[in-house]
Design a binder for this molecule. Structure first.
Ligand code: 5AD
Length: 359
């Protein structure tokens, strides 16, 4: 079943509704997860430090044209304080995420990365959108360990409808993922599930692409409607042929997580905030027991977090010690442990240590 799973089989699983068959999928994915990456759930402290964005993504609440957003950019001191909190909570990683903010200079970012790397033991993940090769190289040289850039959908026509390029350019996220790999980052990508116009076949191709890109980290979550984004308007929404639209729900997200684990056994796969948002009761647990091995508690100060509205009603975990304790308890309640290392991707480590792995 591993790596070689054909398109038709993946696509059939995505349409599967029989509970008994699905239980087999969950079990298989959970077993592969345990054997390939173990029982530890790695925690990544998410710092959403700027919500300025120059892009016009049709799905996202932070798009440049949305005048209903109050924009902010945290100071270096505020960001360092959040990083300190990550250390205090015992997290191995911070994720610095922002909109595609031209106000954050490459130099400032490098300085910040250097500061975090010299003052803490944290791994640093960047998620700053489509940036130039020079910027990416500069941040890697400053010590950044990982970079996240979702390709959103492998269907090029759909991508172009929901993700307009900056004027005079072509948006090629796959090319950027290759650059990141050459720069020796741990490379992460992913897609949204249930984008209007997305079919099961599209999604099956996305999962196969995760495998052929040999990604180190793969984040997937349901598409959630933002009322101020063009995709909320039924007249501007792409449509899939009848019966072929992928639902944007927790079940389909879990199927994608499980199938991704089977195709990419050694990758780090988070139970994402979007999954925890569509299912606030146990979205996190469902993800973690159906193939995921990472969770990203939000460390953004509450006054900024409410302004980082890529979609409404974001699930919020770990706003303070209390939330942090709760996340630990929930992980332990499903028989898992909280990771105590940086939680580097086994896939990445394998590339640097040629000792054979059974996966
Ligand atoms: N619903 C779900 N996910 C979204 N993202 C952006 N907007 C939305 C939305 N409305 C996801 C994209 C992006 C990541 C940071 O958040 O996949 O890459």
């Amino acid at each position: 079943m591993l790596l070689t799973m054909e398109h038709s089989k993946i696509s059939a699983w995505l349409r599967e509704s029989d509970q008994t068959r699905l239980a087999q999928l969950w079990q298989e994915a959970d077993g592969v997860r345990r054997r390939a990456v173990g029982d530890a759930v790695h925690l990544r402290g998410l710092i959403e430090f700027s919500n300025y964005c120059r892009r016009q993504c049709a799905y996202c609440g932070l798009r440049a044209d949305n005048r209903n957003v109050q924009r902010y950019c945290m100071s270096d001191a505020e960001i360092m304080q959040c990083a300190g909190q990550a250390v205090q909570f015992g997290y191995g990683t911070v994720v610095l995420q922002s909109g595609e903010d031209p106000g954050v200079s490459a130099e400032r970012m490098s300085r910040l990365v250097r500061r975090i790397k010299s003052r803490t033991p944290l791994a640093v993940t960047l998620s700053l959108g489509e940036r130039t090769d020079e910027e990416l190289a500069q941040w890697r040289a400053a010590g950044a360990d990982r970079y996240l850039l979702r390709f959103e959908t492998s269907n090029r026509r759909l991508y172009e409808r929901i993700h307009p390029p900056r004027p005079g350019t072509r948006s090629d996220r796959i090319a950027i993922l290759h650059t990141l790999r050459k720069l020796d980052y741990e490379v992460g990508s992913g897609v949204m599930i249930g984008i209007p116009g997305q079919t099961h076949d599209d999604l099956a191709r996305d999962i196969r692409l995760f495998g052929s890109l040999n990604l180190d980290m793969i984040g997937v979550g349901p598409y959630l409607v933002h009322p101020d984004a063009p995709l909320a308007d039924p007249l501007r929404r792409p449509a899939a042929p009848s019966g072929q639209q992928v639902p944007a729900d927790d079940l389909t997200t879990c199927k994608v997580i499980a199938l991704t684990r089977l195709v990419c056994p050694r990758a780090n796969i988070p139970a994402t905030t979007a999954l925890a948002t569509v299912n606030k009761d146990d979205g996190m647990e469902l993800g973690l027991t159906r193939g995921a091995n990472v969770f990203m508690p939000n460390l953004t100060p509450p006054e900024y977090r409410v302004l980082y509205e890529i979609y409404p009603n974001k699930a919020c975990t770990s706003e303070a010690d209390d939330g942090h304790r709760r996340v630990r308890e929930r992980i332990e309640a499903i028989g898992r442990t909280v990771g105590s290392s940086r939680g580097d991707s086994s896939n990445y480590l394998d590339r640097h240590d040629p000792a054979p792995s059974p996966y």
